[in-house]
Write a protein that binds this ligand. Structure first.
Ligand code: C2E
Ligand code: CA
Ligand code: CA
Length: 586
């Protein structure tokens, strides 16, 4: 827009309505007629934004009366955030020629319209008169709206309707800027659905998409309005959680998220079960850019997966080291299997009153040259790299062989409890492996108890039931390990042919101090009785715990109070010396 003055020599007429006297100038009739044709905003204003002239069409367009405009300024018609933009454009127009700016004007004081304003100096400031400006505004709301829609489409994940990766990156960048302005710090949580690939591969992409949509909806339902949920792609989701800046705040919400995903999904006529592994990075502790935060949350998520899935892991600065260590452990493991560095220790399971030993649990041990590695470290690793099938198969055979050997000594008649991880259990060859171990050792099937976790049963209940029933025909019994730590729904227990519940160590540990844990243990024991299952309390370390378990009718206890897990020869020694005994005092 040029700053041309109105053409000289055209007869002037007074504007129809009185405007403030200052700088008011009559507008020629032809010019006015032209102006009235153009629509949008046409005005003549002072540097303070007061209207010296405004076209009738502008008033109709902006839905103001002339009386109102007489007393208002252009700034009062401008959206509050954009007032400085208009002020700057007026100042710049005085010295730098015509200016353009895009601002929101208020229609009828409420609606916001996107307007492109062109502002030009009309009369320069003189010693006696202040500067004035002509302002022309074009409505670009429709264009802005479609831009916005396009942006939303570009940032929208079409499968779930949540934001996509680009959207998440934008929102994290926004949260960073806000935090730097004094807003809250925040957490970025990356979630990966465990077992999704299997559903997608076996039931097809339609089912997969429906499952993703449903999972996305459950996530959104767990978070606050100020939180953000999005999908990174595949089966990965992200949450951005402002105000969640420590582990305590995090745990509350993540518990809800984990349990929301754990509930079965009904897709068509199928019930599907998923869990999720979550990695978390905090701003600014673990990164100060969206890229770093996502990368670190991702590394933490892989750690959560390695640790057995369905859990949460918070990024630590030494995670990079840990991953390197995990890698070298992994290669060491292959060697170790060849070198026979793995062994089994056996922990007695006893009658709580008489302390007579009824059975033992086989627990794997690894003593490489550099010092022992805990099963809590190498078992998840073996599960992640698939070696668990090899290791677990060996443990099963070795345990059965040991049982057969003990049968020829004074330790005859014990039962053997062997841990089975999810991967082993779901391996198609698993039933035949068990059958082989029993056949080769010559022990009877009922002497063998296989310990599986709740999540093994819940991952694919139909399939799990088939495996359980098949092995049941050999007499093999099943115990639910770490009971209480996973699923809270107990109804499913009835559906499976189980023989025992092992009460998770965490509940036993706090029984003396926590009435809550006492209630849980009492309830689990009641449940076991009702379902005709026996109950084994794990991790019994004190007389007080033992007494509380006796009072509540627990069948068996296992823990350091009686004995740690021992190598076979040391266990034999403990029986020989009388510090352990079998039923009937043997
Ligand atoms: P789990 O099956 O829950 O085994 C019980 C764990 O509690 C063992 O840890 C045992 O040493 C420990 N424990 C026993 N009594 C006490 C006590 O009084 N106090 C405390 N604080 N701890 C006690 P461990 O041997 O480190 O094994 C850890 C986990 O590794 C096992 O947990 C099991 O999930 C897994 N695991 C061990 N051996 C095998 C195996 O052969 N196959 C598979 N799949 N997993 C195994
Ligand atoms: Ca166990
Ligand atoms: Ca256990």
């Amino acid at each position: 827009m040029s700053s041309d003055r109105l053409p000289a020599g055209v007869p002037f007429v007074e504007p129809p309505v009185l405007l403030p006297a200052l700088g008011r100038e009559p507008v020629p009739a032809v010019a006015r007629a032209l102006v009235e044709l153009t629509g949008g905003l046409s005005a003549h204003v002072t540097a303070e934004g007061r209207f010296l002239f405004i076209a009738d069409t502008s008033l109709r367009f902006l839905e103001y009366s002339r009386e109102y405009v007489d007393h208002a300024s252009l700034f009062e018609l401008t959206g509050i955030d954009d007032v400085p933009v208009v002020q700057e454009a007026l100042a710049a127009a005085q010295t730098q020629g015509p200016q353009h700016c895009t601002v929101r004007l208020l229609r009828g004081l409420t609606d916001r319209l996107w307007m492109q304003l062109h502002i030009a100096l009309y009369s320069p400031r003189t010693r006696t008169l202040p500067a004035t400006f002509v302002v022309r505004g074009v409505d670009i709301t429709a264009q802005k709206d479609s831009e916005q829609r396009l942006r939303e489409l570009a940032l929208c994940d079409t499968v779930t309707g949540l934001g996509n990766r680009g959207y998440i990156q934008e929102r994290i960048a926004g949260a960073i800027a806000h935090a730097n302005d004094g807003g809250p710090n925040f957490a970025v949580a990356l979630l990966d659905l465990d077992g999704f690939k299997k559903v997608n591969d076996s039931l097809g992409h339609d089912v997969g998409d429906q499952l993703l949509r449903a999972a996305g909806q459950r996530l959104v339902a767990q978070i606050r309005e100020t939180d953000v949920a999005g999908r990174m792609g595949g089966d990965e989701f992200v949450l951005v959680l402002p105000g969640c800046d420590d582990e305590q705040a995090l745990n509350g919400i993540m518990k809800r998220v984990l349990s929301a995903i754990q509930q079965p999904f009904q897709v068509g006529d199928q019930m599907l079960h998923l869990t999720t592994s979550i990695g978390v990075a905090f701003y600014p502790r673990h990164g100060t850019s969206d890229g770093t935060l996502i990368k670190h949350a991702d590394a933490a998520m892989y750690c959560a997966k390695d640790r057995g899935r369905n859990g949460l892991y918070v990024y630590t600065d030494d995670l990079g080291d840990l991953q390197r260590k995990a890698f070298s452990l992994e290669s060491a493991m292959f060697e170790a299997i060849h070198n026979g560095e793995f062994s089994l220790h056996y922990q007695p399971i006893c009658d709580p009153v008489t302390l007579a030993v009824k059975g033992v649990e086989a627990l794997m041990r690894w003593y490489p040259a550099l010092g022992p590695v805990s099963p809590a470290e190498f078992i998840p690793l073996a599960e992640a790299n698939g070696l668990i099938n090899l290791l677990g198969g060996w443990a099963l055979r070795a345990a059965c062989m040991q049982l057969a050997r003990w049968d020829t000594t004074r330790l005859g008649g014990l039962y053997m409890s062997v841990n089975v991880s999810a991967q082993q259990f779901h391996h198609p060859a698993f039933p035949s492996l068990v059958w082989q171990a029993i056949a080769d050792s010559g022990v009877e099937g009922h002497r063998l108890v296989l310990e599986i976790t709740e999540s093994v049963l819940m991952r694919d209940p139909e399939q799990a039931n088939l495996v359980l029933r098949e092995l049941q025909t050999l007499g093999v019994r099943f115990a639910v390990d770490d009971f209480g730590a996973g699923y809270s729904s107990l109804g499913y227990l009835k559906r499976f042919p189980l023989s025992a519940l092992k009460i998770d160590r965490s509940f036993v540990k706090d029984m003396p101090t926590s009435s809550n844990d006492r209630t849980i243990v009492t309830a689990v024991l009641g449940l076991a009785r009702e379902l005709g299952l026996s109950a084994v309390a794990e991790g019994v370390e004190t007389e007080e715990q033992r007494q509380m378990l006796i009072d509540r009718g627990c069948d068996s206890i296992q823990g350091w109070l009686v004995s740690q897990a021992l190598p076979a020869n040391e266990l034999e020694g403990a029986f020989a010396s009388g510090s352990l005994h079998l039923e009937g005092g043997r």
